[in-house]
Design a protein around this ligand. Structure first.
Ligand code: PEP
Length: 254
């Protein structure tokens, strides 16, 4: 059975004090109320990782995630954070290729392949993001575009490494806009992604991969989205900034 995973991407929000308040609320409510074995991943800014890790402690099914990592191993790269650094503070998951990083920081498919390799080598789990613009969807090239993002950044991996990757389909037009993909649109793309994986690695691998949905997912629409057969949880932005809302999204993933 595939692992359900709901990750909260805080982006560049929350002071340390506010972030710790949010993390402890999520952890407390989740420890009390979340009975299913969905993995919860908290992805605060880099500056908060160590402190959030301490709060997580040995909470069952709650993990620490980073929002980004350098594609360089170490050295003279001012301002960058390496996989080794993330590993040393207890990071379990690393978001790679979020559309905001692709768009504002010019992250290419090639660079994202390098990041994925480094994260896997360090023994952490990449959450690899992909998704189309509205213009691409309107032109009918959205499915081929998403497939090419996967092919170009991930299909060099051998099967055993590919199986460790979590995918997150995030249509750019749905991120932070309040407009979510319909469950039909999301399911269609998730199935295409799974079929694309099957064409390279076989059906057993495709069936084992967690594919999250992201894009204005919140408590009120999560149940419908997560009920789709090929949607295995979510990557959550805005709704992850309010503890009660986020935990309700987690509870929708069963
Ligand atoms: C995201 O940034 O990954 C995201 C899905 O954001 P939001 O939930 O706010 O659309």
């Amino acid at each position: 059975m595939r692992q359900y995973i709901v990750a909260g991407n805080w982006k560049m929000n929350k002071s340390l004090e506010d972030g710790l308040k949010l993390a402890s609320e999520v952890i407390n409510i989740a420890n009390d109320e979340v009975k299913s074995n969905v993995n919860i991943v908290l992805c605060p800014p880099f500056t908060h990782l160590t402190s959030v890790k301490k709060l997580i402690g040995d909470s069952k099914n709650i993990f620490l995630g980073a929002q980004n990592v350098s594609n360089k191993k170490s050295g003279a790269y001012t301002g960058e954070i390496s996989v080794e650094m993330l590993k040393s503070v207890g990071v379990d998951y690393v978001i790679i290729g979020h559309s905001e990083r692709r768009e504002y920081f010019n992250e290419s498919n090639e660079m994202l392949a390098e990041k994925t390799n480094l994260v896997l080598e360090a023994g952490m789990v990449p959450i690899f993001c992909m998704g189309e613009t509205l213009a691409q969807r309107e032109q009918g090239i959205h499915i081929d575009f998403v497939k090419s993002q996967i092919t170009d950044s991930l299909f060099h991996l051998v099967d055993t490494e590919f199986r460790k990757v979590v995918l997150a389909y995030e249509p750019i037009w749905a991120i932070g806009t309040g407009v979510t993909a319909s469950s039909e649109q999301a399911q269609e793309m998730h199935l295409m992604i799974r079929n694309h994986i099957a064409s390279k690695y076989g059906q057993a691998t495709a069936d084992a991969i967690t594919i999250q949905y992201g894009g204005s997912c919140k408590a009120s629409n999560a149940v419908e989205l997560f009920d789709c057969p090929d949607i295995d949880g979510g990557l959550i932005g805005g709704a992850a900034l309010v503890a009660r809302e986020f935990v309700e999204v987690v509870k929708a993933a069963k």
